[in-house]
Write a protein that binds this ligand. Structure first.
Ligand SMILES: *Cc1c(COP(=O)(O)O)cnc(C)c1O
Length: 229
């Protein structure tokens, strides 16, 4: 039985140490994506120093948050419905994947209610697949031009997901496109009154390419926690 007890530790801390060393050298932030994984797995990674964790589902993040230390930085990386913002507004560290002005307005409202300023990333549609969420460039501009009155949010940057494909060049092209939009906004920062610092792109399968293309924050799940069921 003793030998078996090791098998329940699903977190791959060798992978963690390798990844975190590589990312630290490049000043890239690791968000460990713990969706569907038990609190014990999160605690294992917390105990070796990880603080940024990403979750996709409102109910799940709200259930896990009180069970883990208060200094965990919870990133919401899923598709967020306006009517659910209130459940995460008291504690969420950053909301990735914001893709409408309506959602921004609601985040602003709930942040104010909690006397907070919530950092957000706007999601840009970069993949070829129709199904992926996100703003196109024109919609992004429209959103940026209409956020002036929203004083309880801080737009920190952009987030994007590349196509699910083995074709590395397609993935690279999509990440490069997102970086070019990021740079363009910063070049026009006088118009938008905003300087972006965070570019959230790259997952287990494509984070190396994302970093080569300028990512500052990667969201890695299965490489750290094992495949999801
Ligand atoms: C699940 C998820 C990830 C992590 O995916 P892995 O392939 O397990 O690394 C990253 N970003 C988002 C938005 C996700 O939903």
């Amino acid at each position: 039985m003793e030998a078996n007890s090791n098998l329940v530790i699903m977190v791959n801390d060798t992978a963690y140490k390798t990844i975190i060393k590589e990312l630290d050298e490049k000043k890239v932030t690791l968000v460990a994506v713990s969706k569907t994984k038990p609190v014990a797995d999160i605690k294992d990674l917390y105990d070796v120093g990880q603080r940024d964790f990403g979750e996709n589902y409102v109910q799940e993040i709200a259930e896990k948050q009180p069970l883990l230390p208060a200094d965990v930085r919870w990133h919401f990386i899923g598709h967020l419905q306006s009517n659910k913002v209130k459940y995460i507004a008291p504690f969420v560290y950053m909301i990735h994947g914001v893709d409408s002005l309506k959602l921004l307005v609601e985040i602003n409202k709930q942040a104010a209610k909690n006397s907070r300023i919530i950092p957000v990333l706007l999601q840009v549609h970069i993949a070829q697949e129709e199904t992926k969420f996100g703003l196109d460039e024109k919609e992004l501009d429209d959103v940026l031009l209409n956020t002036g009155g929203l004083t309880s949010i801080a737009i920190k940057g952009l987030m994007g997901m590349a196509s699910f494909t083995d074709d590395k060049e397609t993935v690279r092209t999509e990440f490069r496109y997102l970086k070019s939009i990021f740079d363009k906004i910063n070049k026009n920062s006088a118009t938008h009154h905003l300087l972006l610092t965070t570019l959230s792109m790259g997952m287990s399968a494509d984070y190396a390419i994302a970093i080569e293309e300028g990512s500052t924050m990667v969201r890695i799940g299965s490489l750290l926690f094992g495949k999801r069921g």
